[in-house]
Design a protein around this ligand. Structure first.
Ligand SMILES: Cc1cc2nc3c(=O)[nH]c(=O)nc-3n(C[C@H](O)[C@H](O)[C@H](O)COP(=O)(O)OP(=O)(O)OC[C@H]3O[C@@H](n4cnc5c(N)ncnc54)[C@H](O)[C@@H]3O)c2cc1C
Length: 414
C-alpha cells in the first residue's frame, strides 16, 4: 500500500490530508507534528484566541474527529528529525522511522529570536501555548513592550490596549508597516494605534535587556532606559528548513520548489510558509507567510501527489484585524508600479492599488472590502484600467470583469 508522510502539523499539512482523502486516496497517510495539538489555524492566536473570544477547540484546521474518521495516523509531539531522500525514509524523534512513497515537508516557520532577550517575561507568538502564556500576562495596568511593528506586533498591541495594558511598540523603521503596506498605510495605522493609547516608538531600537526584581529594564540604542512587565519579540520568522538542508535538498532560505511544489529531491514536496515556490505569473520563486496560501498549497499538493500536474498560480492574499479595522491585501505590486489611492485616508476607508502597464497588480485595503473583492477577481482576468478610474470611488471595478455568459437556467427563469 502507498504511504504518504506529512512532516508538520499546520494548515498546509492538514489541507493536504483533507485534499487527499476527499479525492479518494485510500493509501496510508501519516501526519507527524512536533506540537501537542491537532493542526489548528494560527491567525486567531493574535486575535480571537488572545482576546478570549475563542476557546482552544474553536479554530481547528480540520473538524473534530476528522483524522480518526478518515484513517489518518497522527503522531503528535513527534519531530521528523531527518530525511533520507535516496532511501525514501524519515527518522522520527521517538527513535522510529517511516518509509514513504511521497513526503510533504510543511514545517512552517518559527519566530525569530534576539540574542540576549530571553526569560519568563519574554514572549514570542507562534503556538497555542505562546498565546495562552502571553494572554495570561495581559492584565489591566501592566506594561507591555513589543519589539517590531509587524502584523503580529500590531495585532497584539490592539488586543492588549483593549484590555487596559500600557503598550509601547519599538520599531527601527521610521514608519511601521510601510515596507509591507506602503507609507500611506503605515502612517494611517500608526495614527490608529496612537488614538488607542499605544505608544509607537518609530526609528527606535532596543539593544539590551536586564531582568530586575520588578520586571524588565530595556535600553535603547540612544541610551534611554524603559521599564516593562512583559516583552513580546515580534521581529519576523525563520523557515524550518534545516531538515531539507541536511538532506541536501535545495534551499534559498525557504525550501525551493517548482510550480508543482516539488523539491530538488524526487518524491519530496514542500508547502506553505517554509516553501520558496516558483510562481508562474511572476517567473520566480518566493516565500509567502499567508494562511490562505498555505491552505491552498495543501489542496494543490493533494492533486499533484495523486498524479495530476497542476501548477499553483493563484494570487496570494492576507488579512489583518486591528481594533475594529480590517486590512486586506491581494497580489504583488512590483517596485516600479504606480500607487493609486482610492477613498479617504482621514476617514480610514481607503485602498492603495499598484498599477503596471494598465493592469492592477495588487491592492491593499483598509475597511474597503468591495475594492479587495473586485481586485481579487480582476487579477485573474485580462483587463485594462486607468489611474483615474482606480482613483474614482464612483467607478465600479466590477465593470472591468468579463460578463458572465447567461446560463440556460437564468434565461429560462426570466
Ligand atoms: C500569531 C499569528 C497570526 C497570524 N495571522 C495571520 C493572518 O491574519 N492572516 C494570514 O494570512 N496569515 C496569518 N498568519 C500566518 C499563517 O498562520 C501561516 O501562513 C500559516 O500558519 C502557515 O501554515 P504552514 O502549515 O505552512 O506552517 P505552520 O502553521 O507554521 O505549521 C508548521 C507546523 O510544523 C511543525 N513542525 C516544524 N518542524 C517540524 C518537524 N521537524 N517535525 C514535525 N513537525 C514540525 C510546527 O510545529 C507546526 O506545527 C499568522 C501567523 C501567526 C503565528
Amino acid at each position: 500500500m502507498t504511504r504518504f508522510v506529512l512532516a508538520g502539523g499546520g494548515v498546509a499539512a492538514a489541507a493536504t490530508a483533507a485534499g487527499l482523502r476527499s479525492r479518494g486516496y485510500d493509501g496510508r497517510l501519516v501526519l507527524v507534528s512536533d506540537e501537542l495539538h491537532l493542526p489548528y489555524e494560527r491567525p486567531p492566536l493574535s486575535k480571537e484566541f488572545l482576546s478570549g473570544k475563542f476557546g482552544i477547540g474553536d479554530f481547528p484546521a480540520n473538524p473534530q474527529g476528522w483524522y480518526a474518521d478518515n484513517d489518518v495516523e497522527v503522531l503528535l509531539g513527534t519531530r521528523v528529525d531527518a530525511i533520507d531522500p535516496a532511501g525514501r525514509r524519515v527518522t522520527l524523534s521517538d527513535g522510529g522511522s517511516l518509509a514513504y512513497d511521497a513526503l510533504v515537508v510543511a514545517t512552517g516557520v518559527r519566530a525569530r529570536t534576539l540574542p540576549g532577550f530571553a526569560g519568563d517575561r519574554v514572549h514570542s507568538l507562534r503556538s497555542i501555548a505562546d498565546s495562552e502564556r502571553l494572554g495570561s500576562r495581559l492584565t489591566p495596568g501592566s506594561r507591555l513592550v513589543i519589539l517590531g511593528a509587524g502584523f503580529i506586533g500590531c495585532e497584539v498591541a490592539a488586543i492588549a490596549a483593549a484590555r487596559g495594558v500600557r503598550v509601547a511598540i519599538f520599531e527601527p523603521e521610521p514608519v511601521p508597516l510601510a515596507r509591507a503596506l506602503g507609507p500611506q498605510f503605515g502612517a494611517a495605522m500608526i495614527a490608529i494605534h496612537r488614538e488607542h493609547g499605544v505608544e509607537i516608538r518609530a526609528g527606535q531600537l532596543v539593544t539590551e535587556m536586564k531582568e530586575t526584581a520588578a520586571g524588565l529594564e530595556l535600553r535603547t540604542r540612544d541610551g534611554e532606559t524603559v521599564e516593562c512587565d512583559e516583552l513580546l519579540v515580534g521581529v519576523g520568522s525563520v523557515p524550518n528548513a534545516e531538515l531539507a538542508i541536511a538532506a541536501g535538498i535545495t534551499v534559498d532560505g525557504g525550501i525551493v520548489t517548482d510550480e508543482f511544489g516539488r523539491t530538488s529531491a524526487p518524491g519530496v514536496y514542500a508547502l506553505g510558509d517554509v516553501a520558496s515556490r516558483h510562481h508562474p505569473a511572476y517567473g520566480r520563486a518566493f516565500r509567502v507567510e499567508h494562511h490562505d496560501t498555505a491552505m491552498r498549497h495543501g489542496g494543490n499538493a493533494a492533486r499533484n501527489l495523486l498524479g495530476e500536474a497542476v501548477p499553483f498560480s493563484e494570487e496570494h492574499y492576507f488579512w489583518s484585524d486591528q481594533y475594529d479595522h480590517s486590512i486586506k491585501s491581494v497580489g504583488h505590486g512590483g517596485a516600479e508600479a504606480a500607487k493609486i489611492l482610492r477613498g479617504s485616508v482621514p476617514e480610514r476607508s481607503f485602498s492603495v492599488f499598484s498599477l503596471e502597464n494598465g493592469r492592477v497588480t495588487s491592492v491593499v485595503t483598509l475597511d474597503r472590502p468591495q475594492d479587495f473583492m473586485a481586485t481579487r477577481k480582476l487579477l485573474a482576468v485580462p483587463h485594462q484600467v486607468t489611474a483615474d478610474q482606480l482613483a474614482d470611488p464612483g467607478f465600479d471595478l466590477r465593470s472591468l470583469l468579463p460578463r458572465r455568459p447567461r446560463t440556460r437556467r437564468s434565461e429560462a427563469s426570466r
